[in-house]
Write a protein that binds this ligand. Structure first.
Ligand SMILES: Cc1cc2nc3c(=O)[nH]c(=O)nc-3n(C[C@H](O)[C@H](O)[C@H](O)COP(=O)(O)O)c2cc1C
Ligand code: SF4
Length: 707
């Protein structure tokens, strides 16, 4: 099973609950459920799909013990009333029928109960706190701020979070216990007490938020008292044999007086002695850049060390989490650093991840590209989606079913939208051919892959699927209306990308100025024509001699390597345009020793999810990139690029200027052929700027719509 990956597929126990393997789907607040906290079909479909995918246990995110209060998201499952039990029973039956076990988090959001805040209701915590919140606005795009604010009612939100009285502590303790009792009644296999991530219990555990002077504040033992009382009450309700465990923060990152690993090492044995069956070791970092540390960490296996430390202090199983793939998880279990591995994004991106790995089909795994789009949805109270898996959260709507009648399908363009369309159409049984005028598959994803190896992994995944499914590929072939007449397809999916535009700046034709399109050509194998503008005579000669081989030589990893040694770009570079392409280019160039300034008229990297942007822009600043937004572009001269802001005008010196510009719709071909073919679709950037996630979803929808 799973080739060399074996340990993760061995059975294990959490308390009396036997799990068929060591893979747990970590809790995700998906906002798929209705606002009344009940279970609906969309929620069942989401979890059933993941149960079929092979994880042993699914943990449902943030079950609200005090619904409709104490919610971090407007849409969370309710556990606060017996009326929720029948729905939970239907959910748990569906998961069991599909071969997995199911648990839910017992949750109260405490000081981050945004829905209370939004409705002008006092939030509660360990101690009274004044409202923070402005940190979340850092690097937020101007279009996002109204989106964030729209979830708050017209009533001015209160500015304080109130400390729980001892009476209230008892009341909330009872609510946790009653919620656990309902979960047991509904047939769920266990509960995870959510004692992490800045929520109510963590507010007590963290010295950052717990300033109490009574027996619930001070040393670790006192700060743990609330949690220990909850565990005792839960145990009384559900008995000793029902699986109950806690999710805790191994550490709070970049939080003044935050929880340290030493605190957690003291906490863990207390929880074990109180009778929990496992510890799930996560972490917390708050908003802004620290979000990248935890809980949804960007560096691989970022929290593993914390789990390994906790494991040394207890005998009960330890669950590790935080960008752990099956291969690493397998080693962690083998080496006794963890007993179970929880995964969130990997299973969101590919519900079948466990089964595919077990079958040795790693090549077929849809890789998460760490774009943080899923996590960002929570900020707007919008349902979760996944950039690389359009069916996530839309399992029934976007299910791939065999076509009634196989059709001849022609896909024009091989970017993410085109390839996804081709793959879905082929899986439905259609006969599919991709045509692309470029020399390789990938379209805009090739350039997105220069900046990110994770995008590259997705590109290769798509290419592998295209090959495996036997999809015909015609590269270097421009589709014309005449070609359509010759081929006579039943359906055409136009995915030939948008038109790169650039602002009309005085001086843009100077020899040291490249447009984003020139730069792409230079990095692709097209080092002739416009792409050669920055080459010296001997470089042009070298290109001419080697040009038949260029498509083979110029692979993405080779470009990354060669461009470190040779890149015909001056030392001081000004990038005019700070959209996602502009900032990714800034990183690429700064990483190659260039001194980079990015000028942007509006917001920087507005198309990037805010959670990724927080880290990305900070990372660029640390690389020495100067980021200037809200500018009015001036002109390009011998000295550099002039611009003005409210503070006045200035010039940034530049040896090379790259004008990135935007993407405009490109509908000409679609318009020219649509009357010739029974069914024609237009997907991705040629329709409008859709980026990876929109293009992939468009492609999938078009392929499903072929009749
Ligand atoms: C969309 C999304 C929603 C999440 N919601 C929750 C949640 O409700 N409760 C929770 O404890 N953690 C939540 N997390 C954190 C995950 O459980 C997990 O700890 C984190 O994503 C790291 O694991 P991964 O690298 O495998 O994604 C969420 C993560 C994502 C991506
Ligand atoms: S939305 Fe992005 S980060 Fe989230 S699971 Fe999908 S690919 Fe990964």
């Amino acid at each position: 099973m799973g080739g060399h990956i074996r340990n993760i597929f061995s059975p294990g126990f959490i308390g009396k609950m036997e799990l068929k393997n060591r893979i747990i789907m970590a809790g995700m607040g998906t906002s798929l459920e209705p606002e009344d906290g009940t279970v609906d079909q969309r929620t069942i479909d989401f979890y059933a799909e993941r149960a079929r995918g092979g994880a042993a246990l699914l943990i449902v995110g943030v079950g609200a013990i005090d619904h409709p209060y104490g919610l971090a998201l407007t849409n969370q499952l309710g556990l606060s009333d017996d009326k929720y039990v029948p729905g939970l029973k239907v959910l748990s039956d569906a998961i069991h029928a599909n071969g997995a076990k199911i648990a839910i988090q017992l949750h109260h959001a405490g000081k981050v109960a945004m829905s209370d805040f939004g409705r002008g209701i006092d939030m509660v915590s360990a101690s009274e706190l004044s409202a923070g919140g402005s940190e979340i606005l850092q690097d937020m795009a101007s279009t996002e701020i109204p989106r964030l604010m729209q979830q708050f009612s017209k009533k001015p939100p209160h500015n304080t979070t109130l400390a729980l009285s001892k009476e209230q502590i008892k009341d909330y303790t009872r609510k946790y216990a009653e919620a656990a009792g309902r979960c047991k009644k509904a047939g769920l296999d266990g509960v995870e007490i959510h004692a992490a991530h800045g929520y109510l219990i963590a507010n007590f555990l963290s010295p950052h938020t717990n300033k109490r002077t009574d027996e619930y504040g001070g040393e670790v033992k006192n700060r743990t008292r609330f949690l220990l009382e909850i565990i005792a009450a839960v145990r009384e309700k559900v008995g000793r044999d029902y699986p109950v465990w806690c999710r805790i923060d191994g550490q709070e990152f970049e939080i003044e007086d935050g929880i340290t690993i030493d605190d957690t090492k003291q906490l863990a044995p207390m929880l074990e002695a109180a009778g929990v069956d496992a510890l799930h070791v996560s972490g917390y970092g708050g908003f802004r850049r620290s979000f990248y540390h935890a809980p949804i960490c960007q560096p691989e296996a970022h929290l593993v060390g914390l789990a390994a430390e906790i494991k040394k202090t207890v005998k009960i199983p330890v669950i590790a989490v935080g960008r752990i793939d099956a291969e690493l998880g397998d080693r962690l279990i083998r080496d006794g650093k963890a007993d179970f591995i929880a995964m969130a994004r990997a299973i969101l991106a590919d519900p079948e991840y466990p089964n595919k790995v077990a079958a040795g089909r790693q090549d077929d795994v849809i890789p998460c590209i760490q774009c943080y789009n899923c996590a960002t949805q929570a900020f707007w109270n919008a349902p979760v989606f996944c950039a690389v898996n359009p069916a996530a959260g839309k399992e029934a709507e976007l299910r791939i079913e065999p076509a009634g009648q196989p059709k001849k399908v022609l896909v024009i363009g091989s970017g993410p939208g085109g390839m996804e369309a081709a793959i879905v159409a082929a899986r439905r049984g259609h006969k599919v051919a991709i045509y692309d005028k470029g020399v390789r598959l990938g379209g805009a994803l090739v350039f997105a892959s220069m900046a990110s190896e994770l995008n590259e992994a997705f590109l290769y995944y798509l290419i592998r699927q295209v090959k495996k499914l036997g999809i015909e590929v015609h590269l270097g072939t421009e589709v014309t209306p005449q070609l359509i007449d010759e081929i006579k397809p039943d359906a055409v999916i136009v995915a030939n990308g948008g038109i790169l535009t650039s602002p009309d700046l005085p001086g843009k034709n100077r020899p040291n100025v490249l447009t984003g399109s020139d730069f792409r050509k230079m990095l692709a194998s097209n080092l002739k024509g416009e792409g050669a503008r920055m080459l010296t005579w001997w470089q042009k000669m070298a290109v001419r001699i080697s040009s038949p081989l260029l498509p083979y030589l110029i692979t993405i990893p080779n470009i990354r390597k060669i461009s470190r040694i040779w890149l015909p770009i001056g030392k001081r570079v000004v990038i005019v345009g700070g959209d996602i392409a502009g900032v990714e280019l800034a990183e690429f160039l700064a990483d190659r020793g260039r001194q980079v300034t990015v000028l942007e008229e509006k917001d920087l990297a507005a198309e990037m999810s805010i959670a990724r942007r927080w880290n990305y822009l900070q990372h660029l600043r640390e690389m020495g990139v100067t980021l200037i937004k809200g500018v009015k572009y001036g002109e390009i001269t011998d000295e550099g690029v002039s611009y003005s802001t409210k503070k006045g005008s200035t010039v940034v010196p530049a040896d090379t200027v790259v004008i990135t510009g935007g993407i405009a719709a490109n509908t000409a071909l679609y318009e020219a052929i649509k009357a010739k073919v029974p069914q024609t679709f237009i997907v991705g950037d040629c329709r409008e700027l859709r980026l990876i996630h929109g293009s992939v979803e468009d492609g999938c929808r078009a392929a499903l719509a072929i009749q």
